[in-house]
Design a protein around this ligand. Structure first.
Ligand code: FNR
Length: 184
C-alpha cells in the first residue's frame, strides 16, 4: 500500500473570513490521496518567552510541538503584513523551534503559499518565512513559487473557489506531494 504523509498546515491569518484559511482548506480538498492535510491552530499560542518555556511548559506549547513532530511535512499558507509574515506565524515558528536542540522542524519537507488582495501576492512574507526555514533546516519546495495576488477575487460570496485559480492550486499541491514523497 502506498504511504500517506501527514501534513501540518499553518495559516498565518487568525481572522474568520481569512482568504488564506480558505485557500488552505481548498488545498486539503485538492490534495492527492498521498497527503493528509490538517490545519494546526496557532492563534492560542502565548507569545514566545523563554521565561515561561520551563517546567511546567505551557500546555499550548507542548500540544503544538507534538503536532508538528508527528507530522511528516509542513505547509505554510500566509498573508503578508507590512511586507513580512504576520506576528502569529512568526510566533508559531519560534515556539516550534525551541527548546534549543529540540526543534520540531528539522529535516521535514515544507512549502509556502502566500496570498494577498494586493498585486505582489505576499512575496515579502513568503521570503521572510523561507529565511527562517533555511535556519531551521526545513527542505522547502522551490517550484512552483506561490505568490498569489488579486486573492480578493478567488472565492465567491458563498465561499466557493473560482475556476481561475484552481489549476494553479492543483499544480502546486501535486508538486508538493511529489516533493514530500521525495524528502519525507
Ligand atoms: C495587511 N495587508 C497587506 N497586504 C499586502 O499585500 N502587503 C502588506 O504588507 C500588507 N500589510 C498588512 C498589514 C496588516 C496589519 C493587515 C491587517 C493587512 C492586507 C492583507 O493582505 C489583507 O488584509 C488580507 O486579506 C489578509 O489575509 P487574510 O486574513 O484574508 O488571509
Amino acid at each position: 500500500m502506498s504511504k500517506t504523509y501527514h501534513v501540518a498546515v499553518l495559516v498565518g491569518s487568525l481572522r474568520k473570513a481569512s482568504i488564506n484559511r480558505k485557500l488552505a482548506l481548498a488545498l486539503t480538498q485538492l490534495a492527492p490521496p498521498s497527503l493528509k492535510l490538517e490545519i494546526v491552530e496557532i492563534g492560542e499560542l502565548p507569545l514566545y518567552n523563554e521565561d515561561i518555556d520551563v517546567d511546567p511548559v505551557p500546555p499550548a506549547y507542548s500540544a503544538f510541538r507534538a503536532k508538528l513532530k508527528n507530522a511528516d511535512a509542513l505547509l505554510f499558507v500566509t498573508p503578508e503584513y507590512n511586507r513580512s509574515m504576520p506576528a502569529p506565524m512568526k510566533n508559531a515558528i519560534d515556539v516550534g523551534s525551541r527548546p534549543y536542540g529540540q526543534s520540531a522542524f528539522g529535516g521535514k519537507p515544507g512549502a509556502v503559499l502566500s496570498a494577498s488582495p494586493g498585486a505582489i501576492g505576499g512575496f515579502g512574507a513568503n521570503h521572510h518565512l523561507r529565511q527562517s526555514m533555511v535556519f531551521l533546516d526545513v527542505r522547502m519546495m522551490q517550484q512552483p513559487e506561490a505568490y498569489l495576488g488579486g486573492a480578493g477575487a478567488f472565492f465567491d460570496d458563498a465561499g466557493v473557489l473560482g475556476e481561475s485559480i484552481k489549476p494553479f492550486l492543483q499544480k502546486f499541491i501535486d508538486a508538493y506531494a511529489a516533493w514530500v514523497a521525495q524528502h519525507a
